[in-house]
Design a protein around this ligand. Structure first.
Ligand SMILES: Nc1ncnc2c1ncn2[C@@H]1O[C@H](COP(=O)(O)OP(=O)(O)OP(=O)(O)O)[C@@H](O)[C@H]1O
Length: 649
């Protein structure tokens, strides 16, 4: 009988209406430990829990039953039966009795019928939306789209699919081979057992395996396989079933030398030699320096003994097993190594000439830096004949400046204007787990650039790898830096490869990097002035529909954003466009721009301007203000006086 839950309504409603509790039923239930029963106050958690149990009997009064059948409950009744005590005295005892008798299946059918016969209702509530979603998706799925998806997947992952198929096929073959060549292994016994058997003349044949210390032997004592014994007579002690037969009297040997078929008159069991297709009963390991004694004993007892190499099949089997058992733990390690060392992972391979071209027109507010870099572009294009005067192309240009001032953008503009392959890499990508990998990547990068010469290599955040050497115990980083230094020295004078690097912390760089011949040209990319900001804003407002004149907006924003860099201004324009889109507007208004500036300055949730923020902003606008504000702040905070003395108040 299956376990069955009974939920009984004996709650407030029943008490209030004095309708009585089904104490009789509950008492009878208590006698059966298999039945779980609980009571509930309708509607309650206990009642709703009933939905999650497919086998649940709800015992309730007539009023509750009417309420449930009216459908007001809001959730469909699923998988439980409602039986009630009606005015005509119908009891649910019969329901419970049928359950107790084990008619659970019939009962379930009844439950199904009473619950409107809807099979879907058998699922728990929390599963239903998921099932509905799944069925909707399944309905939408067509065979053609599935085939298309599979084809796309195969096309995308052809290498992986081929590799995994090959591995699976190889493993399948291995399994098949092992299965087909499997032989019943002989029982491994101690060496002393062999000697005892020899002395008692019960050994019939011995085989000494060449190249190993294994000895196989058969005896005329018929030791049945425990399993076999159990199969033959289940429940009996296998030891008692061991039939000992005398080889001379009871065993019929059909072919004693080549095809030893020992027929036991009682059991009719065939025993075969592994080397000559015979299974051996026992195997043991030879003990060193005991061969003489063993051989003399065998000769003395007149026992047939021979030596043979391991069969090629068995050698292959053991090799295969060794290889597989070795490779299983090694595979994850090899995979990790492959990922680390794979050439496909190297930045040199991944970097390709950037398709999204940026020109010098897209970079504004950093005119001095632009002029410097334009000169390099002219050199790369051959517009300036620097070689005529014996000059060399600068090997490295270091862009230095605060974050967001457009260093990366400038480098991209150089690539776009020069029209040469551009290899961009972040210096942190050279930081590797294995010593020497970072250096190898640098080597790969430079050799790839040399092959596509003239080319530009851009290394972003150079300080990640170009920090001063000997300051830490990170050997890998020092090696990577050494390689970078070597590569920059190694350019031939006619190799047109220019390395542009960007950093926010030039002071942290190793001096060797900045010496003439390497990053000899330092270009400062500083914060733009008002005119610069205006130009940058004009660049970013190019594709943005504005309600007012662009120049007017640019002037306004530029005057309100001192200290802002290019990235900040790009962000303001983007925020304003997003705000306008949120309103559903077709164009960006002045209000959107002002709100975007406010957000950029004070943060999105900081609508209540704090005095410190206001004073900071006012200080930027009116330089003479901070001293004034500082005095006020001091009074408020009461920590330090204007001359630096600490006040006690
Ligand atoms: N001078 C500029 N002219 C036009 N846009 C700019 C300028 N400076 C920055 N920007 C905008 O800011 C974005 C970020 O700039 P970029 O990545 O070049 O800054 P960065 O100086 O390299 O910063 P970091 O030092 O943090 O890497 C650019 O994609 C661009 O949209």
């Amino acid at each position: 009988m299956t376990s069955f839950s009974v939920v009984c309504n004996n709650g407030i409603l029943a008490k209030q209406r004095n309708l009585g509790i089904y104490s009789g039923e509950l008492k009878s239930l208590r006698r059966y430990s298999d039945i779980r029963y609980t009571s509930f106050c309708f509607p309650s958690v206990g009642f709703y829990n009933c939905y999650t149990k497919p086998q649940c009997l709800l015992v309730c009064n007539n009023r509750v039953n009417r309420f449930l059948s009216s459908g007001k409950i809001g959730v469909p009744l699923l998988g439980f039966s409602v039986c009630y005590k009606s005015q005509h005295g119908l009891s649910c005892r019969s329901e419970i009795r049928s359950v107790i008798r084990g008619n659970s299946e019939d009962h379930e059918n009844q439950l199904g019928k009473r619950g409107n016969g809807n099979l879907r209702r058998r699922f728990p509530l929390r599963l239903r939306p998921r099932l509905r979603l799944l069925s909707m998706r399944l309905r939408r799925v067509s065979l053609r789209s599935v085939l298309n998806d599979i084809r796309m997947f195969l096309r995308k992952n052809i290498r992986r699919v081929t590799l995994s198929t090959l591995i699976s096929v190889a493993l399948g073959f291995c399994y098949l081979f092992l299965k087909l060549t499997a032989m019943p292994s002989p029982k491994i016994v101690p060496y002393s057992d062999l000697i005892t058997s020899l002395q008692s003349s019960s050994v019939t044949k011995v085989l000494l395996e060449e190249g190993s210390r294994r000895i196989y032997y058969n005896t005329n004592l018929k030791v049945l396989d425990t399993q076999l014994a159990e199969e033959k007579s289940p429940g009996n002690d296998p030891v008692e079933n061991v039939v000992v037969t005398n080889s001379v009297e009871n065993v019929v040997v059909t072919n004693s030398v080549e095809n030893v078929v020992v027929t036991n008159p009682v059991e009719n069991i065939l025993v075969k030699d592994p080397v000559e297709n015979v299974a051996w009963q026992f195997s043991t390991r030879k003990i060193d320096h005991d061969e003489k004694f063993l051989l003399s004993l065998m000769r003395e007892k007149g026992i047939t003994y021979s030596s043979a190499p391991q069969s090629p099949l068995m050698s292959m089997r053991s090799i295969l097993i060794t290889v597989i058992s070795l490779w299983i733990p090694l595979t994850p390690l090899m995979w990790l190594l492959y990922r680390q060392l794979s050439a496909a992972n190297s930045p040199a391979k991944r970097r390709r000439p950037n398709k999204q071209m940026v020109g010098f027109d897209d970079v504004e507010g950093v005119d001095a830096a632009k002029v410097e870099l334009m000169e390099i572009v002219s050199c790369l294009q051959g517009a300036i004949n620097y070689q005529k005067l014996g000059a060399k192309l600068p090997r490295g240009v270091l862009l230095v400046g605060p974050p967001g001032t457009g260093k990366t953008l400038l480098a991209r503009a150089v690539a776009g204007e020069a029209g040469v392959p551009f290899f961009t890499v972040s210096a942190s990508e050279f930081v590797e787990l294995f010593v020497g990998r970072g250096a190898a990547r640098i080597r790969d990068l430079f050799s790839a650039a040399r092959k596509c010469s003239p080319a530009i290599i851009f290394i972003d955040e150079l300080d990640a790898v170009g920090g001063k050497r000997g300051r830490s115990f990170n050997d890998e980083r020092d090696q990577t830096l050494n390689q970078l230094l070597t590569e920059m020295d190694g350019f031939e004078s006619d190799t047109k490869v220019v390395v542009i690097a960007a950093t926010n912390r030039p002071e942290a760089l190793d001096p060797a990097l900045c010496r003439p011949g390497r990053f000899s040209r330092k270009v400062l990319v500083g914060e733009p002035d008002e005119e610069g900001r205006r130009k940058i804003l004009a660049v970013h407002l190019r594709g943005v529909p504005l309600e007012e004149d662009t120049n007017l907006i640019c002037d306004l924003v530029a005057s309100l954003t001192p200290g802002f860099v290019g990235a900040d201004l790009a962000n303001i324009v983007n925020e304003a466009a997003l705000l306008a889109a949120r309103r559903g507007s077709e164009a960006v208004t002045r209000e959107d721009i002002m709100e975007a500036i406010e957000r950029a300055k004070f943060g999105i949730n900081d609508r209540q301007l704090r005095p410190s923020t206001i004073s900071k902003e006012l200080g930027k606008l009116f330089p003479w203000m901070p001293s004034l504000m500082g005095r006020n702040d001091t009074k408020q905070v009461g920590l330090q006086g204007p001359l630096g003395y600490q006040t006690l108040s």
